[in-house]
Write a protein that binds this ligand. Structure first.
Ligand SMILES: Nc1ncnc2c1ncn2[C@@H]1O[C@H](COP(=O)(O)OP(=O)(O)OP(=O)(O)O)[C@@H](O)[C@H]1O
Length: 228
């Protein structure tokens, strides 16, 4: 399988502080599913930020889609970012847009004709159980509902890479399993998934998922979930 993500001796330092991530090296094959785990403060969100290109490393090499992201001209980064779906820990929904229009955003940005947008958005709303909240704006939604809108927005255009930071942190166990199934079906269609989670119950729910474990900014040797 071709590799879609490669980190080589990546380090990240915020300002003049100590390194938050050190000597992080790994390769993800296209179409794989990875859980990212580690104690609070271990560097999970920081690693994901590097992966979805909102942060540049202080050292090392990051290759996505076979291209070097560190030396790539800044003007090309938005094009790469559009191939990556992101579920942010704090959702980052557009507050004045309805749930429906938040979910439709990636399709509009990609230039999909307006008449083709309603159907996939309706399907996604149903998938995340929010058909009856389609016209609600984020400030009037609960945390769990906002999280589901954020997930629907991240996956609607079937990104090549899906990066999700604690995507089940605000939902009940049944909804967490349902959302995980959504990620797994997207993964079966070819999307490479990296999902940070504190929820260890979910780890054996995705067959063949691998575990990436961070310990104080360093990656512990990966092993297959469930085998440990
Ligand atoms: N923008 C920032 N500026 C300075 N320090 C930061 C910044 N973001 C994160 N850090 C620091 O980097 C370290 C790792 O934080 P990070 O959020 O990546 O951990 P995490 O594993 O995602 O934690 P959690 O599970 O609590 O979300 C922490 O010590 C944090 O204080």
């Amino acid at each position: 399988m071709a590799s879609i993500v490669q980190f080589e001796n990546v380090g990240l330092r915020y300002g003049q502080g100590p390194e938050t991530l050190s000597d992080v090296s790994f390769t993800l094959s296209a179409g794989t599913f990875h859980f990212l785990v580690g104690a609070s403060g271990a560097g999970k969100t920081s690693l994901l930020r590097l992966l979805y290109l909102s942060q540049r490393p202080s050292r090392g090499v990051i290759r996505l889609f076979g291209e070097d992201m560190v030396t790539s001209p800044r003007g090309r980064l938005p094009g790469f970012r559009r191939r990556i779906g992101v579920v942010f820990q704090d959702f980052r929904l557009v507050p004045h847009l309805s749930a429906r229009d938040n979910i439709a955003l990636p399709l509009r940005v990609a230039g999909m004709p307006e008449e083709d947008i309603a159907e996939p958005v309706g399907e996604m709303l149903a998938w995340v159980g929010l058909s009856d909240r389609a016209d609600a704006r984020p400030p009037t939604l609960s945390g769990g509902e906002q999280q589901r809108v954020a997930i629907a927005r991240a996956v609607i255009n079937r990104p090549e890479i899906l990066v999700a930071d604690e995507p089940t942190g605000n939902v009940d166990p049944d909804m967490a399993e349902r959302l995980l199934k959504l990620f797994a079906s997207l993964n079966r269609l070819g999307t490479t998934v990296v999902m940070a989670t504190h929820d260890h119950h979910l780890l054996d729910r995705v067959p063949d998922a691998r575990l990436m474990q961070l310990d104080r900014g360093r990656l512990v040797d990966p092993f297959v979930a469930g085998a440990a």
